[in-house]
Design a protein around this ligand. Sequence first.
Ligand SMILES: [Zn+2]
Length: 186
Amino acid sequence: MYGRIINKVLRNNLIGMKGEEVQLLIDFIDEKVEQGFIYINSYEFSEYSGIPKKRALQIILSFTEEDLLFTPKMFLGCPNCKRKTNIYGKVSTCEVCNKDIILEESMKHQITVLFKMNFLNDSSSQFTYIGIVDGVCSDEPVLLGTRIRPKDVVHYGSKDEIMEDFNLSSEQVDECFEYYKVSRLE
Ligand SMILES: [Zn+2]
């Protein structure tokens, strides 16, 4: 599917991508999707492909225009819990520990830009209760209306225990297991 999108983009190939570079990008995306990731990183693409860092970034950036393959998102290591969290403005709330983060000048070099693979929204649309909500749980799939991720419940205990402790319906729990199987998040 994304191979087709890439080909469409290549017709207006402003940065002169070679066929070889296109194939490396498709292979890299395939591998990341297979592993259950929803973001890619231009440094990893550079390592994977042997394409120099600047060129790897240029290639990925050329697919970030509206409605295309990737959306750039900024992340920061939380000074409190050290986990990576989305940042939105000068003050953000850590999605892991819920503490406020005040973005200081000195933190700017610690910001990581990751590229969200937009086409993955399509694969989660086969689910009724699970989806990706912008800005919730670092854009990982969650049970809609909650901050519960499928991976939070599937190793928790019996189905009854999950329903009771997370206050979920039988259908929601079934779908978590189904989702987990399909997306191979393990
Ligand atoms: Zn935190």
